[in-house]
Design a protein around this ligand. Structure first.
Ligand code: FMN
Length: 438
């Protein structure tokens, strides 16, 4: 039997989900209310997931065709609420599952960020994670009064300093600072709460943090940098990594690389859990699953423009100006998600058309293709983990519906549990302890 592995869910933002499609119920304004996400969090907690990662960006796309039209018309990542509000509601509805909230370094001063995430860690009794992102679009930067984002690798240098600042703020309350001595009349021992006086090249903060300490000491840090500089950052600071390399060999190489980099900076590689994005196709029988696979490919093809618009948003490249039936321009560059663009270009090598390459890129699976009955898919997941060595999967099922969530939480997960591949109950109260449990 394999070692157990971890499960997470990559939720595409606190936004409207798959507007107008079957099974979403999104016919009116109900996307403004958190019920779908709350139901989802409860289902995933029943399935003993480690965490939900709430993805985010803070602008309306307009890279595709130089217009917001396609994004607004189709509800592509818009309207989208602030993720910390939704995270709070998910915590209120659950007791054990973690929530990693995405907040970008350029949208929040380190003090504000440290305070929000510490507050989330408190209200959740130690279940908060922060998905640390540096942003990928100048449009978002302009919403915050900046001219644009710094250059890709410089963003990570700045992020190293940002981490030092928020860590200092989280550490500004020593363990044991809260004495709560009613007889002595002392709530907090003031000698254990310290000025930080952080002065860096880009960020400064005096401290201490007025929110008080995180329950976990520091929150869990999630990260998704796929470029070499991004991986270095992830290996230095990350505790769980969202990874999207394609195919078993690339997945193994990615994890091995992150673990080697972690060891090189003096960390235990086992303190980082690399979770790979998957989007399984589940059927009642092998034939049914195959039918659904073909349906998914057909739907992806029908919606290629919307999907490319999403890709335009994360790379700031106007794919709307390109001919779908011509080869991809090898000279495309991005200051946004570099790894994603590199993967697309690799898939397009040898003169494949943009349509073909993009269908390969986003048509069916993500890291690895999973397709079949719940038992077959559970077996495929077990084999994948055995070959790679760990650490688990992050379900990224596109826009969610209650049906999709049920297929995983009430269909696939029991099959995984029956094989002893995932947990049947939470052994610990905090997100970090559960992540480190195996
Ligand atoms: C699977 C995945 C999820 C990501 N989620 C977010 C997100 O929610 N918000 C965001 O601003 N960036 C997100 N990113 C972007 C990364 O944080 C990072 O900025 C981007 O991958 C560029 O880094 P790289 O060039 O090192 O790969 C995500 C990236 C990947 C691969």
């Amino acid at each position: 039997m394999s070692n157990p592995f971890h499960l997470g869910w990559f939720l595409q933002g606190s936004s409207v989900q798959a507007w107008g499609e079957p099974w979403t119920g999104n016919i009116g304004q109900e996307w403004m209310q958190p019920d779908l996400f709350v139901d989802m969090a409860r289902a995933l907690e029943r399935a003993c997931f480690d965490y939900i990662l709430l993805e985010d960006s803070s602008y309306i796309g307009e890279a595709y065709g130089g217009s917001r039209e396609i994004y607004l018309k189709n509800g592509l990542s818009v309207p989208r609420q602030d993720p910390s509000v939704v995270a709070t509601l998910l915590f209120a509805a659950t007791k054990r599952i973690g929530v990693c909230t995405t907040l970008a370094t350029f949208t929040h001063h380190p003090y504000l960020l440290a305070r929000i995430i510490a507050s989330l860690d408190q209200v959740s009794a130690g279940r908060a994670g922060w998905n640390m992102v540096t942003g990928s679009s100048d449009m978002a930067a302009r919403n915050y009064g900046l001219d644009g984002l710094p250059e890709h690798d410089l963003r990570y240098d700045m992020a190293d300093e940002y981490m030092a600042c928020v860590n200092a703020l989280w550490d500004s309350w020593e363990p044991g600072a809260i004495v709560a001595d009613r007889e002595g009349g002392v709530l907090v021992d003031h000698t254990k709460v310290h000025t930080v006086d952080f002065k860096g090249k880009w960020y400064s903060s005096r401290g201490p943090l007025n929110s008080g300490p995180c329950v976990q000491g520091r929150p869990v840090i999630a990260q998704a940098g796929g470029s070499p500089r991004g991986r270095q950052f992830a290996a230095t600071h990350g505790e769980t990594i969202v990874a999207n390399p394609k195919g078993i060999a690339a997945m193994k190489a990615y994890r091995d690389d992150v673990r080697a980099r972690a060891a090189a900076v003096g960390r235990s590689p086992d303190s980082i859990k690399v979770l790979f994005l998957v989007n399984p196709i589940i059927g009642e029988s092998a034939e049914h699953a195959e039918m659904r696979r073909l349906e998914r490919i057909a739907a992806a093809d029908r919606k290629i423009v919307q999907r490319l618009a999403h890709f335009s948003k994360v790379t700031n490249i106007d794919f709307g100006s390109m001919d779908l039936d011509k080869p991809i321009d090898e000279n495309l560059r991005t200051n946004g998600h570099q790894q994603n663009l590199d993967t697309l270009k690799r898939l397009g090598a040898g003169g494949k058309t943009l349509r073909q390459a993009f269908t390969d890129y986003s048509g069916t699976g993500l890291s690895v293709d999973l397709c079949g009955t719940v038992d077959t898919v559970a077996g495929q997941m077990a084999e994948t983990m055995q070959e790679i060595g760990g650490d688990g999967f992050l379900f990224s099922m596109g826009d969610v519906s209650r049906r999709v969530v049920a297929e995983v939480a009430d269909g696939l997960v029991p099959a995984l549990q029956a094989r002893g591949l995932v947990r049947r109950g939470y052994d610990h109260a905090t997100l970090r302890e559960n992540l480190l449990a195996f």
